[in-house]
Design a protein around this ligand. Sequence first.
Ligand code: CA2
Length: 147
Amino acid sequence: MARYLLVNGPNLNLLGQRESAHYGRDTLAAIESRLAVLAQDAGHELDTFQTNGEGALIDRVQAAGHEHCDGILLNPGGFTHTSVALRDAMIATGLPFVEIHLSNIAAREPFRQHSYFSDIALGTVAGFGAHGYELALAALMRADGAA
Ligand code: CA2
């Protein structure tokens, strides 16, 4: 049995409330519970975590490096484009991770087109809305030899 961690960054707690053109209509709670069921159906476990704080994100990622965690699904939110510190934490854990974006950041404003995570992730899923989380879990399990 593998254990994975889903981490969502700032403002993703607002999903389903507004900006549905970019981010869809699903709430984060709906995405998290769907993903937990998919992991469970495959015989694995999924922990979930969301915070608006950069320090709290880094603390959770560091903790994942010290517990039984086989990989991370990460939507860094706006920190995608700003956070060298979260990037350093992802490298320090040494855990494989898949970067997720609801929207297609390559097709948005220039400042969203650079990610501090894409070059250190196993891969990036972007532009498929909430379905991207399911694609990312499938990819992480496959890469981990758990699917
Ligand atoms: O497309 C994504 O998943 C993003 O990571 C979402 C971030 C954005 O800064 C990234 O460039 C791309 C923003 C998340 C904000 O989510 C909201 C949801 C509903 C209402 C307002 C914001």
